[in-house]
Design a protein around this ligand. Structure first.
Ligand code: GLC
Length: 495
C-alpha cells in the first residue's frame, strides 16, 4: 500500500512540474492576417494566437476595424460601445467580435479613425492609435474579460503598458496584477509625434519622451514588464548604435528584460505537399516536383530557357530588404543570361520603377508583378532554385523560411533572424541550407550569388543535398508558442 502511495505521489509531483496553468492573453496588434496586412506582423498576429490556443491557453486578438474589413460585418457580433476620453476629445469605440480559425478577433471600430484606405500614414495617427490603446482596456471593462497578459506589438500598441500603469491598475484587482509584454517586429517605425500629443494621454510622464518628441515604441520599451524581439541575433544587434535606430539606449536600459524569440512558420499554410501548385511534392520527391513546377510556371509567365537557375525575390519593397545592393548587380546577370528572375511585391516607388524597367528590358528573363498574390507566390517558391533576401536589417524574416520549406535555397545577408535561420553552405562538410554574406555590400552579394550559381552548375549532388537539408528545417509555430508561454509564465511568477 505504502509503495503504491509513494508511486502515486511521485507521479503527481512529476506531472505537476509539467502542467502549466492555462493563461488568458490579449494579443494587441495594428494588423492581423487575413483581415489586414502590411507586413510580417500580421502573419505573426494570426499564427501565434492559434498556436497558443493549441497549447491550451485562451487567446483573443484585438485590432482596429479598418475599411477593408467591413465586408465581414454581417458575420460579427456587436459587443457594445465605450466612450474614450483623450484630453478634450470624447470618442466612441464600438466592439465587434468574430471567431476566425477558432480564435476570437475583437475589432475596435470608430468610423472617423479607421474607415480609411490605408492603415497608417495619416496626420492624426497619434490620435488614432492613442484611441486604440485606451480601447484595449475599455474592451476588458465592457466585457468583464480580464486577461493575465496584455501582449503588445510594435509602436501601434506601445502605449498599453503606460495606460495600464497610470490609469487602469487602480481601477480593480484584475488590472492590478496584469502583466505586459511588448514584442518588437519593426524598430524603424516608432510612432514618433510632436510633444503636444501628450495632451491626449490625460497623464504626463517622461518615459514616452524621446528626442523631444512623444515616441510610442520607446514608451513600450521602457514600461512593459518584458520586451522581446523576433530572433535571438536581432535581440543582440539592437543594443548597438547601427541597429538600434536611436533606441539602443532605452533597449540597453531594459536588457535584462529583453528576450529574443524566433518566429515560427505556419507550416500547414506553407506546405508543398498541400499548396495549390502544378505538382505537390515533399522531401522524398522534390527533384521531380520542383522540375514540374519550374517548367509550368515558366511557360505560364513566358520565361525562356529552362536550364537557367530561377531566382526569386518576394518582399515589401523597402530599404530594409536590401534592394539597394541588389540593383547594381542584377542587370549584368540577366544580360549575360546567368539566371531568370521573378519579383513579387510592392512598396517604394524607386524600387517599383527599377523592377518594372528590368521586366520591360528583359521580358523573357524577368517577371515582375506588383502586389501580393498568395497563390502565385506559393508557385514561385515551389519553382525557384534560389531565393534572395540581402537585408540591411531583418528582425526575423519569414520569407526565407517559406523558401526553404519549398526547397528554394536562400541567399541572405548574415543579419538579424537571417543569421539564425540560414546556415551557409560549407563546401568542406556539405552542411548548410543556403548562402550568406556578411557586409552590406553589392560586391559581397555578388560573391554569394556566384558561389550559388557555380554549385548549381557543377555539383548536382551537393546542390540536391542542400535542398533536402533546407526542406528539413523545422521552424514550427508550436516551438515559438512554447517560448512565449515560458516568458508569460515567468512574468506572472514575478511580483
Ligand atoms: C517584420 C520584420 C520581419 C519579421 C516580421 C514578423 O515584418 O521586418 O523581419 O519577420 O515583422 O515578426
Amino acid at each position: 500500500m505504502r509503495i503504491f502511495r509513494l508511486v502515486k505521489t511521485l507521479f503527481f509531483e512529476y506531472n505537476r512540474e509539467k502542467v502549466i496553468k492555462m493563461m488568458k492573453i490579449l494579443f494587441c496588434s495594428g494588423e492581423a492576417y487575413p483581415f489586414s496586412k502590411s507586413g510580417g506582423l500580421a502573419d505573426v498576429a494570426a499564427a501565434l494566437p492559434k498556436a497558443l490556443k493549441k497549447l491550451g491557453h485562451e487567446v483573443t486578438i484585438i485590432t482596429p476595424f479598418y475599411q477593408q474589413i467591413k465586408p465581414h460585418l454581417h458575420e460579427m457580433t456587436h459587443l457594445g460601445d465605450r466612450m474614450i476620453t483623450m484630453g478634450t476629445y470624447e470618442k466612441k469605440a464600438s466592439y465587434y467580435k468574430l471567431i476566425y480559425d477558432e480564435v476570437p478577433y475583437i475589432f475596435v471600430d470608430n468610423d472617423d479613425f479607421y474607415n480609411r484606405k490605408r492603415y497608417y500614414g495619416y496626420e492624426d495617427d497619434a490620435m488614432r492609435f492613442t484611441f486604440f490603446n485606451f480601447a484595449i482596456f475599455e474592451y476588458m471593462i465592457l466585457t468583464d474579460h480580464y486577461v493575465d497578459i496584455v501582449h503588445a506589438n510594435d509602436w501601434q500598441t506601445g502605449l498599453t503598458p503606460f495606460f495600464l500603469d497610470v490609469k487602469y491598475r487602480a481601477i480593480n484587482p484584475s488590472f492590478q496584477k496584469m502583466k505586459t509584454l511588448l514584442s518588437i517586429h519593426n524598430l524603424e517605425k516608432q510612432g514618433s509625434y510632436p510633444l503636444d500629443t501628450e495632451k491626449l494621454f490625460n497623464n504626463k510622464n517622461f518615459t514616452y519622451i524621446h528626442m523631444d518628441r512623444v515616441n510610442f515604441l520607446k514608451c513600450g520599451i521602457m514600461r512593459a514588464n518584458a520586451v522581446n524581439t523576433v530572433s535571438e541575433n536581432y535581440r543582440n544587434e539592437i543594443l548597438t548604435r547601427f541597429y538600434g535606430f536611436t533606441l539602443d539606449g532605452p533597449l540597453k536600459a531594459r536588457q535584462h528584460d529583453l528576450y529574443g524569440i524566433l518566429n515560427g512558420l505556419d507550416q500547414d499554410h506553407h506546405d508543398p505537399m498541400k499548396a495549390s501548385l502544378y505538382a505537390n511534392y515533399g522531401e522524398s520527391n522534390f527533384i521531380e516536383g520542383k522540375k514540374v513546377n519550374k517548367e509550368k510556371l515558366m511557360d505560364e509567365l513566358k520565361l525562356e530557357d529552362k536550364e537557367l537557375p530561377l531566382l526569386s525575390f518576394i518582399h515589401r519593397f523597402a530599404r530594409q530588404k536590401g534592394i539597394d545592393i541588389l540593383m547594381p548587380v542584377l542587370e549584368d546577370y540577366i544580360k549575360d543570361q546567368k539566371f531568370n528572375f521573378i519579383v513579387l511585391g510592392y512598396g517604394d516607388a524607386l524600387y517599383e520603377q527599377f523592377f518594372a524597367e528590368m521586366q520591360k528590358k528583359y521580358p523573357n528573363h524577368v517577371y515582375y508583378e506588383n502586389g501580393f498574390n498568395d497563390e502565385l507566390s506559393q508557385k514561385v517558391y515551389a519553382a525557384s532554385d534560389l531565393f534572395m533576401l540581402p537585408s540591411l536589417f531583418e528582425p526575423c524574416g519569414l520569407n526565407q523560411m517559406i523558401a526553404m520549406r519549398y526547397g528554394a535555397l536562400p541567399i541572405v545577408r548574415e543579419t538579424g533572424g537571417l543569421k539564425d535561420t540560414v546556415t551557409p553552405y560549407n563546401k568542406f562538410t556539405g552542411v548548410g541550407v543556403g548562402f550568406a554574406f556578411k557586409n552590406y555590400d553589392a560586391e559581397e552579394l555578388k560573391q554569394s550569388i556566384d558561389e550559388a550559381l557555380l554549385l548549381y552548375k557543377e555539383d548536382r549532388e551537393a546542390w540536391e543535398n542542400l535542398i533536402h537539408q533546407a526542406m528539413h528545417v523545422n521552424h514550427s509555430l508550436s516551438k515559438m508558442a512554447k517560448k512565449y508561454v515560458e516568458l508569460y509564465q515567468k512574468l506572472l511568477n514575478e511580483n
